[in-house]
Design a protein around this ligand. Structure first.
Ligand SMILES: *Cc1c(COP(=O)(O)O)cnc(C)c1O
Length: 454
């Protein structure tokens, strides 16, 4: 009997996260203060974020960071997550490749986001914060934060992108079930929201508009911290629990990946699965290929520009060095809500620049085709975001079919799609289309960025 699923015993669970910054040959450039143009310090960042997260954000010296006991205890509720050999998918494709996936959908919230929501709320609680706020696109981060806030006794307010509130009606119910307040963004409840609505009354909302509103709430409310579910270095750090487990599980399977793939919104699930393996590339022992799968409609990695840009639409956040489509970029209303972000994480942007990884862009219909095949073979309905990773894995597996190579492919299944069925409904009834962004539109947005990196 071929072994299909690999699970770690409790005493094998990682006790530290991996901080790739410490081992990168070229460190990511620092976030800078938009007014003074000076690099931000941990003190500056801790006006918005938990102090411990602000320190982790800028830590370029410690490669291993202890996971607090109390967080390990909560991780044990649902970790390890299974590493699965996708025999049925391999067979359907007729590929000689070995395909594995790490199943991060197996927790009560249904995505990897909980891995960072838990430590962020834990640190806030330790530091005497009473309220947390955030933005959410498709709603997975908001759902994870709502739950983590509840178990650590924090009040939680979530700004959800308006269009995804309509596309994924049950996600706000999930958040409210966990006790959070949910507001559609842009809203009239903040100055940033009012400005956006005044300029564009039918604005569908974006992660950028929702971040502006949440940051404004955090800085104008005492004892309230802002939290972010992607993009930032400390979020990537927390997510490395995924790859650290996967590394041990691949050992149980007796293999090591030739290719590691994840879908890409701001980079957290990609960082999570990839960085622990990438450390062996940095040291020269291994030559694994790393592929970030982004949607064709929001192609910051493959067609964006490496430049300092704001993380939000209104320009409240620090300036971050990243591959970006410009903070005013308005992505099409595709169904992978979690991938509609204009920029990429700072670490990942530097790693792409240095050639350690690369992006591919996937058309919306190809991503759903891949998700359907995966559902029908492996029995799991993937999140529309995760479908992009599956599509990239299938491209690799199909190219192995041509060359006869027995490549070992590992991808991250970042979440399940059971609350995303309206998207599948539209796909099944033939209403979905592809959206390709024109070069002119990209150029129009990136040409407005200040030229800080010459
Ligand atoms: C949020 C989300 C993503 C995209 O965010 P990353 O930070 O790039 O990982 C992908 N998949 C799922 C299921 C998500 O919830």
């Amino acid at each position: 009997m071929k072994q299909k699923k690999f699970i770690l015993a409790e005493n094998e669970l990682p006790k530290q996260w991996y901080n790739i910054q410490a081992e990168m040959p070229n460190k990511p450039l620092p976030p800078i203060n938009p007014q003074t143009k000076e690099p931000m310090t941990a003190d500056d960042l801790s006006h918005i974020f938990a102090r411990e997260c602000s320190i982790q954000e800028l830590d370029q010296t410690h490669a291993w960071i202890d996971i607090p006991e109390e967080v390990q205890e909560k991780y044990r509720f649902y970790r390890s997550t299974p590493l699965v050999r996708a025999y049925a998918l391999e067979e359907a494709l007729g590929t000689p490749a070995h395909i594995y996936f790490k199943n991060e959908s197996v927790n009560p919230l249904g995505s990897h986001k909980i891995n960072s929501a838990l430590p962020q709320c834990y640190y806030c609680k330790q530091e005497g914060t009473t309220n947390v706020t955030t933005e959410t696109g498709a709603g997975q981060w908001g759902a994870a934060l709502s739950y983590a806030a509840k178990i650590y006794g924090l009040e939680c307010a979530v700004y959800q992108v308006k269009i995804t509130m309509q596309q994924k009606p049950y996600r706000s119910s999930v958040m409210r079930t966990f006790g959070a307040t949910v507001v559609g963004s842009p809203s009239m409840s903040t100055r940033a929201g009012k400005d956006i609505i005044t300029r564009d009354p039918l604005h569908p909302g974006s992660l950028g508009t929702a971040i502006s509103e949440a940051v404004e709430l955090a800085v104008t409310t005492p004892n309230c911290k802002y939290t972010l579910g992607s993009v930032l270095n400390h979020v990537a750090l927390h997510q490395t629990i995924i790859g650290l487990e996967a590394e041990k599980q691949m050992q149980m399977a007796g293999e090591y990946p030739d290719v590691v793939i994840a879908c890409f919104g701001g980079g957290s699930n990609f960082a999570g699965i990839a960085f622990p393996f990438m450390r062996h590339n940095l040291s020269g022992e291994r030559h694994t290929e790393f592929i970030a799968a982004e949607p064709e409609s929001c192609p910051k990695l493959t067609r964006g520009k490496f430049q300092y840009d704001f993380g939000d639409t209104a320009g409240y956040t620090p300036l971050l060095p990243m591959y970006t489509l410009g903070h005013q970029f308005k992505p099409a209303n595709i169904h992978a809500g979690g991938l509609r972000y204009h920029g990429a994480g700072m670490i990942i942007s530097q790693l792409i620049k240095d050639g350690y990884m690369h992006g591919v862009d996937i058309p919306q219909l190809e991503s759903f085709d891949a998700g359907m095949l995966f559902a029908r073979t492996e029995g799991i309905i993937p999140a529309p975001e995760s479908c992009h990773a599956i599509a990239a894995a299938i491209r690799e597996a199909n190219s192995c079919k041509k060359t006869g190579e027995e490549k070992v492919i590992l991808f991250n299944l970042s979440g399940h799609g059971l609350i995303d069925m309206p998207s599948y409904e539209q796909y099944l009834s033939g209403e979905l289309i592809n959206y390709r962004v024109s070069d002119e539109e990209i150029e129009r947005n990136v040409s407005q960025l200040e030229q800080i990196i010459k």
